[in-house]
Design a protein around this ligand. Structure first.
Ligand SMILES: O=P(O)(O)OC[C@H]1O[C@H](O[C@H]2O[C@H](CO)[C@@H](O)[C@H](O)[C@H]2O)[C@H](O)[C@@H](O)[C@@H]1O
Ligand SMILES: O=c1ccn([C@@H]2O[C@H](COP(=O)(O)OP(=O)(O)O)[C@@H](O)[C@H]2O)c(=O)[nH]1
Length: 465
């Protein structure tokens, strides 16, 4: 029987099933929970020399196969081209994106080495599902080895507008490499449109039936959008379990009846945390009745701390939180609690449920699973309100229930917070019900099933996006 093979840079480790900060690993794990498959990628280890060893571990029914990266590979492929060039540019931070052609060569070489390591583990009728910006040229590397399997690619982060993409010098090579897939999936309709816009206008490739791109080599690539979801029932169950009860008890003791606004993000400049802190201060300035009556809890586990750009955001956030707290703190009240640490997801879900407002305001985000988890974790009889950035992919699905904000508009964010903090129960229940229904209808199972069904469809049989 054919198997599903997932390829991604980040693979959940057996222990990471418990503690994981990063939506890709969380999402793929949820999607694969109840089916057999092979998950292949980086072990997370950096070694002096790459030894081409593949190590195996199991998570439930999933076989995981991982390999280490050499120091040079890590520097060029992960720290360099993936997170120093692609990540900032795809999140519209061209000021932080820099290019080094040796790093690009290293990025291509890691993709080729990974493809060579995977080849003996794959049967000809297996389906391959490649994830995210680290692995864009993976299908091309497989095709060069003679692999004819059906291969799909899903991009977890935004796909930028043509003018931004073109600031990355090898933009044409990257998009041409995407033509070796059978299916290309994006988080939102807008991301898929940006890709098609570049491919049709800049590369001049014809689009057939609204969704199949005819590439220069004659191959047809289907293009669509598949917003990643969650498992709402699992989240509801975990949020109500007593896994995080001790944390909630300690938190409530410290809050002393104050309202809680909560934010959880990897410590990444794309998440808009500085703007968020400033908007919260704007609330304290403009609505004095909130002073001493509300607390903002920001949980921000470190991420990619050896990549340029990330050290700066950490310092900036510490100084912004320090400045705001120094100005407003009273003997019995600290306005911002900023925690630079990771929590288990079940613990986070209990904290979400104990809060009155989820404050999720990235400057750009592929999806943002935290926004969806926040909604699913709420008590349906007394749910918290969600304030959500229009630039998170999740806004496409949650805009009927969340208060949507522009994260660059501090006054509007302060007003949104004020509105969320004072929202009557009936309105909170109505908004929450709308969002939860959407999350149930478009769960992560639907994401997986729709993607795989489209991967199986011959590309001549096109359906408009
Ligand atoms: O693997 P890391 O470098 O430690 O980073 C963690 C992950 O961050 C990104 O997650 C994205 O995927 C989420 C799920 O689709 C999505 O909700 C979020 O908006 C994205 O930022 C990254 O894309 C992953 O590759 C990383 O593993
Ligand atoms: O301390 C933490 C912080 C985050 N997460 C999880 O990490 C994921 C973050 O995914 P999201 O899509 O919001 O953003 P990303 O970090 O992938 O950009 C979510 O499932 C969170 O519940 C976690 O388990 N522990």
């Amino acid at each position: 029987m054919s198997k599903l093979v997932i390829i991604s840079n980040r693979v959940a480790s057996a222990a990471e099933g418990k503690r994981s900060a990063g939506g890709l690993a969380v999402g793929v794990l949820d999607a694969l929970k109840r089916q057999d498959g092979l998950w292949f990628g980086w072990s997370g280890k950096v070694e002096e020399e790459a030894d081409n060893e593949v190590a195996f571990h199991r998570i439930g029914r999933i076989d995981c196969a991982t390999t280490g990266l050499s120091r040079k590979e890590y520097d060029d492929y992960y720290r360099g081209f993936s997170n120093g060039t692609l990540w900032p540019a795809f999140h519209y931070r061209i000021d932080l994106s820099r290019y080094d052609k040796r790093e690009y060569a290293g990025y291509l070489a890691v993709n080729e080495r990974m493809a060579r390591l995977l080849q003996p583990l794959v049967d000809p009728d297996d389906r391959l599902w490649v994830h995210d910006y680290h692995m864009i040229p993976f299908a091309r590397a497989c095709r060069r080895l003679g692999m004819r399997n059906r291969i799909g690619f899903f991009l977890h982060i935004p796909f930028p507008a043509e003018g931004v993409l073109r600031t990355i010098p090898p933009n044409r090579d990257l998009v041409q490499a995407m033509c070796d897939y059978d299916l290309l999936g994006f988080q939102t309709r807008g991301d898929a449109r940006c890709f098609l816009d570049y491919a049709t206008r800049h590369l001049g490739l014809p689009l057939e039936n609204g969704s199949v791109l005819r590439c220069a080599n004659g191959h047809g690539v289907r293009v669509g959008h598949y917003p990643i979801g969650i498992l709402p029932e699992d989240i509801q169950e975990q949020a109500g379990s007593n896994r995080g009860a001790h944390l909630v008890a300690t938190l409530k003791e410290g809050l002393q009846e104050r309202k809680l606004v909560i934010s959880v993000d990897r410590l990444d400049y794309s998440k808009g945390m500085v703007e968020r802190f400033n908007a919260y201060e704007r609330l304290l300035e403009s609505v004095p009745s909130h002073r001493g009556k509300v607390s903002l809890l920001q949980i921000a586990p470190s991420s990619r701390s050896d990549v340029e750009g990330y050290r700066h955001i950490r310092r900036q956030l510490e100084s912004t939180a320090g400045h705001i707290n120094a100005r407003w703190t009273e003997l019995s009240w600290t306005p911002i609690r900023y925690m630079n640490r990771t929590y288990e997801r079940a613990e986070l879900l209990s904290l979400f449920r104990a809060s009155q407002v989820g404050f999720v305001t990235p400057l750009r985000d592929g999806m943002n699973l935290v926004a969806k988890e926040y909604v699913a974790a709420q008590d349906e009889e007394d749910p918290g309100a969600l304030v959500l950035s229009e630039f998170a992919g999740a806004a496409d699905e949650l805009s009927d229930g969340a208060i949507i904000v522009n994260p660059y508009d501090l006054d509007a964010m302060a007003r949104a917070l004020d509105r969320a903090l004072g929202m009557p129960l009936a309105e909170r229940k109505e908004r929450h019900g709308v969002m939860l229904r959407g999350l149930r209808e478009h769960s992560i199972r639907e994401w997986r099933d729709r993607f795989l069904a489209d991967l199986d469809r011959p590309s001549a049989d096109a359906r408009p996006t």
